[in-house]
Ligand binder design. Sequence first.
Ligand code: UDX
Length: 424
Amino acid sequence: MKICIFGCGYVGLSAAVSLCKMGHSVYCIDKNDYRISNIEKGILDIYEPELSEGIIENIKQNKLSFSAKFKIQNDTDIFMITVNTPNNGKGEADISNVKDVLSQIIPSITKYSVIIIKSTVPVGSTKALFEEYKNKTSVNFDLVFNPEFLSQGSALYNFMHPQRIVIGSKSQRAIDIVKELYKSIDSKYIITDENSSELIKYASNSFLAVKISFINEIANLANATGCNIEDIKKGLEADERIGKHFLNAGIGYGGSCLPKDTSAIINMADKLKVDLNTIKAARITNENQKRRFISNIMKFYNYNIAGKVFAIWGLSFKPNTGDLREAPSNTIIDALTRYGANIKAYDPKAVNNAVKQLTSKEEALSEANALIVCTEWDEFKNPDFEFISNNLKDKVIFDARNIYINQDLSKFNLKYYCIGRLYE
Ligand code: UDX
């Protein structure tokens, strides 16, 4: 099939490379011509494992092309919209980028077309957009909501191995075409109406946020009662009803989706006078979790950190991405610098121009008082503790991701603070 993708962020690009892998041919449009010319050279403004290699390979094989200007290719089977729908400042998702794209596609189509919206849009949007645009062409088209569940850092794998494919449409013709698109991958289908498919996306991300905040609160209690959250996690995940994923306690969730989508779903529900108290609580817990971590550091230093130097390992909101959006490291760095501390940071991929960033984790330790681990990149998991101990003036590690929770660091003369286990 021939697919036209609008929006070259991590969702659009991951979809493009994966669809090529499935045997389709893809052309991608993004209004940012600087981004397009870089992408064609394999230079991306995001880090996603194997993505730039996949782009280069498929361009070479003539399966993939890019343009900053939309010109319809007449044999296009499917249009796919993967533009961002950012928070509009009031907690709602702003769908104007989706509308801009539809305004380009609709007047150009000359035959029946299927347009897939993958961008996360408020419940009711797909139907409303269809009503708005159907009179702008004499040609038939269907607008289908087909959410993405791509996790940054494993987006290509997630696209090729979906746990479900949700199709929101009432048109059997469109549903059959979308199924044809994905026919080479093995997955469960959930076929539903447009509104329900939109809510599935928000509910999924909200559930993940609730799960993380739940385990973080239990971890705080474990800490206060002298328990070990890692053992409690084992006790929970053995129950299939609870499941084994998203039970890692830490400093809270970040990224472009969970914070934005929980805010948007609450906003939608509030307007309809429906209470989403669980999701609201999850958001409050998520904010408190960061404050709690900062206050533990402050307590250790008797509330005076002026002039102290903190080595920070990991800036991105999670490993295997360079994304700093809503990364807990931002909040920690802001607070520590506000109280007069200095930061020496290291991250394998993320770049934060607001801090002094070093080129290795070892360099970040030099002259530092303490180490803070903000992201659980693999390269931080088995460090040379002897080296850390010899370098840190105050011989203390604050571990926001519990990666050393089961180690005995006292033998290296290191003090250790994590989330969900008390060390005497
Ligand atoms: C999420 C959804 O998982 C994905 O399906 C959706 O399409 C986009 O949003 P992503 O934002 O890439 O993906 O990250 P995710 O893996 O969900 O992690 C979100 C945050 O939760 C990260 O900051 C991560 O560190 C944190 N997290 C995750 C925890 O604190 N504990 C966990 O157990 C899991």
